[in-house]
Write a protein that binds this ligand. Structure first.
Ligand code: ADP
Length: 408
């Protein structure tokens, strides 16, 4: 099957065409600055590489641009739209309603629209991408893959806040957790790499990128995730604050005469390692370069980040009563061997022994612990697009089987 994977944001749209049998990426690209001016990047497995300015006033035009390219006689990867069997859409927030991937129907769109106020930045942008595809390819099966779905196995003891229960009943205020598509892919890939059955191991996944989260995956199911009602909770991130005492926010609001939306803007865009480093950078590479040049606040930002990761790992080892695998992924987790070492230094009590040479390796998946380590520590490159393609193919196959069952 050929799967078109779409990840639609407010002003950008990432896409890949993946052959679900070989799992080869036939083409990938990015439509950026939609509604502003428009830039289009595109590469194929056959060596085509394009970067050009293309005016894209809205998401429909962006989808038009990418579809035109995919069927182009010289640069495309399919003969016609009909060769695309399924479109898999990354959908950020499925609330409590969606615990797995679904065929996108009018009912699903309606239910997602109801979740819009849970993810006002992401869900409407995702839906615009869905609608644009439906308009241009009305006959093609669309599958929605949610970032929250894998986390839906959390129990109330993990997902409820210490707030009056009525607010959960009335408004569904609870912890949802995010990055579920990545956590699922990475936890399973780690088990596969080690020749383990994912249903028999306890894994902690550290997704450390600009947005960062940690999950505890016990026997294949998420029991906890560091993000909460929104992706603001948990770790200190690039620009997001992570866990903060709400009392400090009331104090700050009064002192600086700020309203809630101003406070939220500070927490989302001006905090994290950017804020701690006194606006030096939200980029971990730049912070590392600054740390080498004795920039104290840059060093402090990285130190706080690593400390917080280690604390979450420790608490998740307790939550699962043990841990077999700890996996680092995403931009920082995959590339920053110093941060990995620093985090693991806190975790020696778990019997972790990092092999310093292996820790400096690069690759799709590798182990960084030595033979004496009681816990496997790995680095796995995340691949959310492949996970979406797998989910979309699985849903499509289920439908085909159901149809053939009904016929026989
Ligand atoms: P997101 O998808 O949340 O935007 P990414 O997973 O792409 O984030 O991660 C971006 C972060 O990864 C940036 O802070 C960047 O500096 C960091 N990063 C990427 N490559 C390296 C590297 N070689 N060393 C250290 N940090 C890196």
């Amino acid at each position: 099957m050929k799967i078109l994977v779409i990840n639609s944001g407010s002003s950008s749209l990432k896409f890949q065409v993946i052959d679900s049998e070989s799992e080869e990426v036939l083409a990938k690209g990015l439509c950026e600055r939609i509604g502003i001016d428009g830039s289009f990047t595109y590469r194929t497995s056959r060596g085509v590489s394009i970067r050009e300015s293309v005016k894209m006033e809205n998401h429909t035009q962006a989808v038009h641009t990418l579809l035109d390219m995919l069927v182009d006689a010289g640069k495309g990867v399919v003969g016609s739209f009909r060769e695309i069997d399924v479109i898999g859409h990354r959908l950020v927030h499925g609330g409590e309603r969606f615990t797995g991937s679904v065929v996108i129907t009018d009912e699903v769109i309606e239910a997602m629209t109801e979740c819009n106020d849970l993810a006002p930045l992401h869900n409407p942008a995702n839906l615009v991408g869905v609608e644009a595809c439906q308009r241009l390819m009305p006959e093609t099966l669309m599958v929605g893959v949610f970032d929250t779905a894998f986390n839906q196995t959390m129990e109330p003891k993990a997902f409820l806040y210490g707030l009056p229960y009525r607010y959960y009943e009335k408004y569904k205020i609870r912890r949802y957790g995010f990055h579920g598509i990545s956590h699922k892919y990475v936890s399973q890939r780690a088990a596969e790499f080690l020749g383990q059955n994912p249903r028999q191991v306890k894994t902690i996944v550290c997704h450390l990128g600009n947005g960062a989260s940690i999950s505890a995956v016990k026997y294949g199911q998420v029991i906890d995730n560091s993000m909460g009602f929104t992706p603001l909770e948990g770790l200190v991130m690039g620009t997001r604050c992570g866990d903060v005492d709400p009392g400090a926010l009331e104090f700050l609001a009064k002192k600086e005469n700020l309203d809630f939306s101003q406070i939220m803007a500070i927490l989302n865009q001006e905090s994290g390692v950017l804020g701690i480093s006194k606006n030096y950078s939200s980029d971990f590479r730049e912070l590392k370069d600054a740390e080498i040049k004795y920039n104290e606040k840059a060093a402090l930002a990285r130190e706080i980040f690593a400390y917080k990761v280690a604390k979450y790992v420790g608490s998740y080892a307790a939550a699962m009563n043990g841990v077999d695998n700890i996996v680092f992924t995403a931009g920082v987790g995959e590339n920053d061997s110093d941060i990995r070492q620093e985090i693991c230094n806190y975790l020696e009590f778990l019997g972790i022994h990092i092999d310093e040479v292996r820790n400096r390796d690069q690759g799709e998946a590798f182990r960084i612990t030595d033979g004496a380590s009681r816990v496997n520590v790995l680095v796995v490159r995340t691949n959310e697009e492949l996970e979406i393609a797998r989910e979309a193919a699985a849903v499509a196959q289920e439908i085909t089987q159901e149809i053939s069952k009904k016929k026989s």
